[in-house]
Ligand binder design. Structure first.
Ligand SMILES: Nc1nc2c(ncn2[C@@H]2O[C@H](COP(=O)(O)OP(=O)(O)OP(=O)(O)O)[C@@H](O)[C@H]2O)c(=O)[nH]1
Ligand SMILES: [Mg+2]
Ligand SMILES: [Zn+2]
Length: 348
């Protein structure tokens, strides 16, 4: 009965969250949806019988803090739409810090396609951030190097990608037939793929080429569109072979939130080296017997790699602290105003 939802990414971990009564009730299947777009007071979603708008009541406001594209929800019929009842515990929820607050980017992902282009945009440190994000949330990262057709020195980029230690790296171009074929390995029925990367690297163009969709892409010359985002909303759609694809607006900067384990995995060689330092409390600065400094001196790891590790850890810790602080303050005011509000009601 629930197999009709499988092609949208439904799996056992969500089924297990249904109560016995819900499983037995006939209408349950019609009440399960996957979020495809988020608006201010409502969301768009896909269910067994097609698309529907779901109204979100006050307890789920602001919607963008409760729900993300890719979430699974239960919703009851309400006039011609539906009304949100509950959210299924997600397999994962990718978060970052935006304007000092944690922001959910997408939920229930299997693959993160980290898109970068073979030109000035390319930046190893930025890629390390995206990799940390994927590892932190247990999502398989796939690094895609686009625009190889207009690049004279692909080896230069591939060499730097090698140093990242990522398992899946694919240089390609939408103008080179056949170069996209490798990506079909990720597009299985029921799997969910999110594309992330800077603005203008070619995320929407890649999706359009793969799935014959018509997402807006930057048509004018790159120089003219500097800093302008073509894609403005995250949206999820299902392609013919059954994979769910999420296009996202380009990010100028990815600030990690609560991603220490992801960072340690990206920089695992440094973490391993640190266990070989002579002193347990080694600061890895210039002390004697520091295995990291020795490795840098022997050029086994680069100073830049080590610097980025420190920078990310430090930034992550302070962002997480700040975001949690801001969250607490916001919650305080929300509770406070609620109290004031309910007081008013009693009085009047
Ligand atoms: N030569 C070449 N140009 C490409 C390739 N892929 C994308 N482009 C061009 O790059 C520009 C930006 O592409 P978009 O797909 O809009 O980029 P995006 O990553 O979706 O950007 P945002 O939506 O702003 O995040 C467009 O003019 C594309 O035609 C490629 O493989 N080769
Ligand atoms: Mg786009
Ligand atoms: Zn050390």
């Amino acid at each position: 009965m629930y197999s009709s939802l499988k092609k949208f990414g439904w799996s056992n971990i969500f089924f297990q969250q249904l109560s016995f009564d819900e499983i037995c009730a006939e209408e349950t299947l019609e009440r399960i949806f996957r979020i495809t777009a988020i608006h201010r007071n409502r969301v768009e979603a896909m269910g067994a019988h097609g698309e529907s708008s779901i109204i979100c009541t006050a307890e789920f406001q602001p919607v963008s803090q409760h729900l993300a594209v890719g979430d699974w929800v239960m919703a009851e019929p309400a006039n011609e739409h539906h009304r949100l009842q509950r959210i299924f515990e997600p397999k994962n929820r990718v978060r970052r810090v935006s304007n000092g607050l944690p922001q959910v980017i997408a939920a229930n992902l299997d693959y993160l396609w980290i898109v970068t282009s073979a030109n000035d945009e390319f930046n190893v440190k930025r890629l390390e951030r995206y990799l940390a994000l994927a590892y932190e949330f247990d999502i398989t990262p796939v690094v895609i190097l686009t625009k190889t057709d207009i690049c004279d020195d692909i080896a230069h980029f591939l060499g730097q990608l090698d140093g990242l230690g990522a398992e899946n790296v694919h240089p390609l171009s939408v103008n080179t037939p056949g170069s996209l074929d490798v990506l079909s390995a990720y597009m299985n029925e029921g799997s969910t793929i999110a594309l992330m990367g800077s603005s203008g690297v070619g995320k929407s163009t890649l999706i359009n080429t793969l799935f014959h969709t018509a997402l807006a892409t930057r048509e004018i010359r790159e120089e003219d569109a500097h800093g302008k985002h073509t894609t403005t909303h995250r949206e999820l759609f299902f392609c013919d072979n059954g994979a769910a694809i999420i296009d996202t607006p380009g990010m100028r900067e990815l600030q990690l939130y609560d991603a220490e384990q992801g960072i340690e995995r990206v920089f695992h060689s440094i973490v391993e080296l640190s266990t070989q330092c002579r002193y347990n409390d080694c600061t890895h600065a210039d002390g004697p017997g520091c295995a990291i400094q020795a490795a840098i001196a022997e050029q086994r790891i680069s100073q830049a790699h080590f610097d980025n590790y420190r920078k990310l850890l430090k930034e992550e810790a302070s962002q997480t602290r700040r975001a949690e602080g801001a969250h607490v303050v916001k919650q305080y005011y929300r509770d406070y105003f609620k109290k004031v509000h309910s007081g008013n009601k009693d009085q009047w």
